[in-house]
Write a protein that binds this ligand. Structure first.
Ligand SMILES: O=C(O)CCC(=O)C(=O)O
Ligand SMILES: [Fe+2]
Length: 292
């Protein structure tokens, strides 16, 4: 397990002030309720590629997260470029229409993980070994680690009116989405579950979806406070355009099976506006052979 900050020592709010532990006693893996939630999540992840736990966060915590994201709004990184589903450079040796040559403009922004506030609820969730363990149980994968990437590990993603987050695969294996505020309309998470795996990139299937096929595409009905777990490195996903003035705000703690790797520098620059020495040092270290 990754080295994680100690909840008590950091004097952050305890988990029970953030998560509805009465309904979801995730600190007690022997609890019958917890066992049932874990079993259901495993089944949903196998069947649907996504697990959903309703009203996981307490309203007070949602309120604090919304306020934190508002205070940090001016430091949001908004992209200026387009990307492929893999965040790779154009490869002219491939035929036109190949997914690795398919560029779309992203207009959503990130509040990067490294600027979260000292007493951030999102940071407390991410630093909690209880949460990591619970997510590992839901995924039926252990050991599971929080991500070594200092920028992408647990950001807020923001989408204002007209913003769109195109089809892509994540650099990390698994993402937990915690919706903080929903848009009036649009801002729907769509995904093609397990469309690729380390043995098969399935460029044809990916291409079909980029060209508008809805085969195997699912939508998630996520509400503020809900927790969603999805396999972002294997399931291509996007967030549809936000309509209306209300900002969509989502917190994105991420988890990995390899404690060392981080995003490649170009990937990090596109998403988070910069690359740090760690991204260059570890650029050639990849835990799987998947395109990114
Ligand atoms: O906003 C979401 O629901 C997902 C965002 C996402 O896919 C990402 O940040 O990589
Ligand atoms: Fe993603």
């Amino acid at each position: 397990m990754s080295s994680v900050a100690n909840f008590d020592v950091l004097q952050v709010r305890s988990l029970e002030q953030i998560i509805d532990l009465k309904r979801y006693p995730i600190h007690d893996l022997e609890n019958a309720n917890t066992k049932r939630i874990i079993k259901e999540s495993q089944e949903r992840l196998d069947y649907d590629g996504c697990a959903l736990i309703k009203d996981f966060l307490l309203p007070e915590s949602l309120h604090r997260m919304r306020e934190e994201s508002e205070r940090l709004y001016s430091q949001t990184y908004w992209p200026e470029s387009s990307h492929t589903p893999y965040f790779t450079k154009d490869d002219p040796s491939l035929p036109e229409g190949h997914p690795k040559r398919y560029f779309q403009k992203r207009s959503s922004g990130y509040i990067n993980s490294d600027i979260l506030e000292q007493d951030s609820d999102l940071q407390a969730i991410y630093d909690s070994p209880i949460v990591t363990r619970f997510i590992g149980e839901c995924l039926n994968i252990w050991p599971l680690y929080t991500w070594a990437d200092p920028l992408g590990s647990n950001p807020y993603s923001l989408m204002d009116e007209d913003n769109y987050f195109p089809w892509h695969f994540d650099g990390n294996d698994f993402t937990v989405s915690l919706l903080v505020q929903e848009a009036e309309k649009g801002g729907i998470f769509e995904y093609a579950a397990d469309i690729r795996n380390p043995q098969d990139e399935n460029f044809e299937g990916v291409k079909d979806i980029l060209n508008g096929s809805r085969e195997g595409v699912k939508e998630l009905d996520l509400r503020p406070g809900d927790l969603q777990i999805f396999k972002g490195r294997f399931s291509m996903h996007r967030v549809t355009q936000v309509e209306g003035k209300k900002r969509r705000i989502i917190a994105l703690p991420t988890y990995v099976t390899d404690p060392y790797y981080v995003n490649r520098p170009a990937h990090s620059k596109h998403l988070y506006g910069r690359a740090l020495p760690i991204h260059y040092e570890r650029e050639n270290y990849r835990p799987d052979g998947l395109t990114d």
